[in-house]
Design a protein around this ligand. Structure first.
Ligand SMILES: [Fe+2]
Length: 293
């Protein structure tokens, strides 16, 4: 007899274009209960993102995807965010909602996540999706887009919205899905969400997500895992990022092995993370699936 409280979760890190029919067949044939995408399915071209989304949409297995900072935004918007041009960001934010609609249509029955709750009723587990399009760091990326779609104007309003989601979710067992992980795990470049592109590093996590996790615990929820990506495993300047940490009974996963198709012993393999939840425990391992000959 299978324990309904055991949940098998496939976590797909930042795809950046690396997804095709072979992945669809693998995950559809697998024993996973659900497939979670942490976002950044495309890179800089919206058309490419839509093409990847259509390939992901072929999955028959239940799938939930939170958009990253590369998804359903214009390359110019992304550049404006990186250089922190307020004027360009707000002018370009105007296009955001159209691109969002296109992404949602391309994804078909894949659930698009962000400030949302996705109940896994047969497993008594709530998946709470945090702020979409996060780029990490102290502010809220894509402000005009978040304001239009969700009424979010800053980290404070994001904290409040996430609190509401925690209050409204159905189950005591909770899993958070985000594009970028929470603050609180160190500022060294190789830390799980540490900054590797600025002199001196720094904690590049999302403060609103750390707040939401603490709020969930205060409300008696059992936060079994926090699943995110964004900060790639290969660290600028050398080294490899820590990709899993356990703290206060919660497993934190950064699944962003990029590229997710890599070579191992001369063979091409595809990366994902296998997350298993048993009752109130969670554990994870990296899986490298050999490509078909
Ligand atoms: Fe990202």
């Amino acid at each position: 007899m299978t324990d309904q409280r055991t949940v098998r979760v496939a976590v797909i890190g930042d795809v950046h274009g690396a997804w095709d029919e072979e992945d669809v067949e693998y995950f559809d044939d697998s024993d996973y209960d659900v497939v979670l995408f942490v976002g950044d399915i495309g890179s800089y071209r919206h058309k490419q993102t839509l093409a990847v989304a259509r390939r992901i949409a072929r999955l028959r297995k239940r799938a939930i995807l939170i958009p990253g900072n590369h998804d359903a935004v214009l390359a110019a918007q992304l550049v404006a965010e990186v250089v922190q041009s307020k004027l360009a960001t707000s002018a370009l934010g105007f296009f955001g909602t159209r691109l969002q609609g296109e992404l949602a249509r391309a994804l078909g029955s894949v659930e698009i996540a962000g400030y949302s709750v996705h109940e896994l009723a047969s497993h008594e587990l709530s998946v709470i999706a945090a702020r979409p399009h996060s780029m990490g760091g102290p502010g809220v990326a894509f402000g005009p887009l978040l304001k239009r779609r969700f009424g979010i104007t800053d980290l404070d309003s994001s904290r409040r919205r996430l609190e509401e989601l925690v209050e409204g979710c159905r189950y005591e067992r909770v899993l958070f899905l985000a594009h970028n992980g929470p603050t609180g795990f160190g500022g060294a470049p190789t830390d799980i969400w540490g900054c590797d592109f600025k002199e001196g590093g720094g904690d590049f996590g999302d403060a609103d997500l750390e707040h939401a996790i603490a709020h969930a615990r205060r409300r008696g929820k059992r936060v079994l895992a926090v699943v995110a990506g964004h900060m790639h495993h290969r660290v600028k300047g050398g080294g490899t990022r820590t990709w899993q940490v356990t703290d206060a009974g919660t497993l934190y996963l950064n699944a962003a092995r990029v590229p997710r198709v890599l070579r191992q012993s001369g063979k091409r393999v595809r990366h994902h993370v296998r997350l298993l939840v048993f009752g109130d425990d969670a554990q994870a391992e990296e899986v490298l699936v050999p490509e078909r000959e």
